[in-house]
Design a protein around this ligand. Sequence first.
Ligand SMILES: NC(=O)c1ccc[n+]([C@@H]2O[C@H](COP(=O)([O-])OP(=O)(O)OC[C@H]3O[C@@H](n4cnc5c(N)ncnc54)[C@H](O)[C@@H]3O)[C@@H](O)[C@H]2O)c1
Ligand SMILES: Nc1nc(=O)c(N)c(NC[C@H](O)[C@H](O)[C@H](O)COP(=O)(O)O)[nH]1
Length: 225
Amino acid sequence: MDVVVNAAMSVDGKLSTRRREQLKISGEADFDRVDRLRAAADAVMVGVGTVLADDPHLTLDDDDRRVHRLRNGRPGNPARVVADSRARTPADARILDDAAETHLLVTDAATESRREALAGAGEHVHVHPVDTDDSGHVDLTAGLAALESAGIDRLMVEGGGELLSSLFRAGLVDELSVYVGSLVVGGRDAPTLVDGDGFVEGFPRLDLRDVERLDDGVVLWYDAV
Ligand SMILES: NC(=O)c1ccc[n+]([C@@H]2O[C@H](COP(=O)([O-])OP(=O)(O)OC[C@H]3O[C@@H](n4cnc5c(N)ncnc54)[C@H](O)[C@@H]3O)[C@@H](O)[C@H]2O)c1
Ligand SMILES: Nc1nc(=O)c(N)c(NC[C@H](O)[C@H](O)[C@H](O)COP(=O)(O)O)[nH]1
């Protein structure tokens, strides 16, 4: 499977404010770029922290003709994926509506009643029980294998920083694009591109492939080494 990460951050590497409120870092041209990346993917993934903070929809938009064009004839929106160890996605989350298939990766820490509540959202919602990793979260290697079995070969991951940390730690990132907006957010408690415990050795290395000026910021394109 190809794993393509995309996020938008401030010049000081923050994904949002210390209040975790959604922050518009991208301009219109960058959101168009994000739509094209989503369209080229079989599925778009976030961590449940992002679902709880932003209530994202993760589809292209509601214009059927535009979706069709961006998807190059492939039907509908890409699927949506949530890494959701304890099945905390709220039953009324936008990500559970029927605009696309939704895959929830959960672990044994999710109660049966939470799993059933999510599966009850409709036939387009698929709950996958997977093993836990060393820190008790979804084992992403196992989770991605479950997604592959569901026909997902190209996965776009939008964050947040905890999920991206685990993906880098597991060596699962193939490509990274990051939009750097021209603003400073600051705050030691504001989410950054890669949170988790951080690395003290074995730092993931990246090859800078391209740099593009867009809106009033910059897009950096990297391949994993
Ligand atoms: N600017 C951007 O591009 C962008 C993109 C996404 C999110 N965000 C922001 O990031 C913040 C949310 O990020 P976050 O880091 O709190 O949450 P997150 O989205 O990374 O989700 C983390 C949660 O996912 C679950 N999880 C399951 N398996 C996991 C695993 N293997 N590794 C890590 N987590 C796993 C855990 O419950 C964990 O608490 C919000 O403020 C949101 O607005 C910004
Ligand atoms: N590329 C990008 N630029 C930003 O300025 C920003 N705040 C995000 N944030 C990503 C996060 O995952 C959001 O929750 C989804 O971008 C919301 O997606 P929807 O519009 O609901 O489909 N992403």
